[in-house]
Design a protein around this ligand. Structure first.
Ligand SMILES: [Zn+2]
Length: 226
């Protein structure tokens, strides 16, 4: 019964926002290939630019600012890159499900996924290589809207072909801690550079997995530096 409800919730959310939702019911398992704990050339050239942000003042805003401040360190860390390169999907092989840019071309290898991330090529913000450009807006659903699928089940969303904006759902951001914010912002931004959702194995796709890796690294960094 639980599985059925999950499937139903998923299909509902997918039908509403094909390429761009993030569903809190998608459970990601992070597994890494031990053979890849090797010397990975570390890329340190992704710059985070927060162009615009709309977020309510208060204690959550402090966490939100901390998340934004942490992003560049997380994404340029060797831990993050190692984890992206060595992530292993459920079938035991290294790599991601549906790892194609804009749903076109051949699937990308883990190395190519890493390259695309550091390329930072947002469709609606061209000619800004190696930049993660962020335009973030929180939406607080009003009482009469709260029954809609977006308000109930979507953490954040984008329309990556046509907009530079990432919309975040206050229902979740009102209780998120910093690592969860990092995870979701990275997930949504990956849509803006062309990693969209397919119809199955969402929990092994680039946005979910790389977002979860970023959240995991953020948590590690924060426990190391209290
Ligand atoms: Zn998504």
């Amino acid at each position: 019964m639980k599985k059925f409800i999950l499937a139903l919730a998923l299909s509902f959310a997918i039908s509403q926002q094909t390429d761009a939702h993030v569903d809190p019911n998608v459970q990601v398992s992070l597994r890494y290939s031990p053979s890849l704990q090797l010397q990975v050339p570390v890329t340190r050239d992704l710059q985070v630019h927060v162009e615009e942000e709309i977020f309510p003042e208060g204690s959550q805003e402090k966490k939100f600012q901390a998340a934004l401040a942490l992003l560049e360190t997380v994404l340029n860390s060797s831990q993050f890159q190692m984890k992206v390169l060595s992530y292993v999907s459920e079938n035991g092989s290294r790599g991601f499900a549906n790892a194609r840019l804009w749903k076109a071309g051949s699937p990308l290898s883990s190395e190519q996924v890493k390259q695309a991330i550091y390329g930072g090529d947002e469709k609606t913000i061209p000619q800004t290589p190696h930049e993660m450009n962020l335009n973030l807006m929180v939406r607080n659903c009003r009482a009469h809207q709260r029954v809609t699928p977006w308000c109930r089940t979507v953490v954040g969303s984008t329309t990556p072909h046509t907009s530079k904006w990432i919309t975040l759902n206050w229902k979740f951001y009102s209780r998120f801690e910093v690592p969860e914010m990092v995870e979701n912002i990275v997930h949504e931004w990956l849509h803006l550079i062309g990693f969209l959702h397919g119809e199955e194995n969402l929990n092994e796709e680039v946005p979910y997995v790389v977002g979860a890796i970023a959240g995991e690294v953020a948590r590690e960094l924060m426990t190391r530096q209290p």
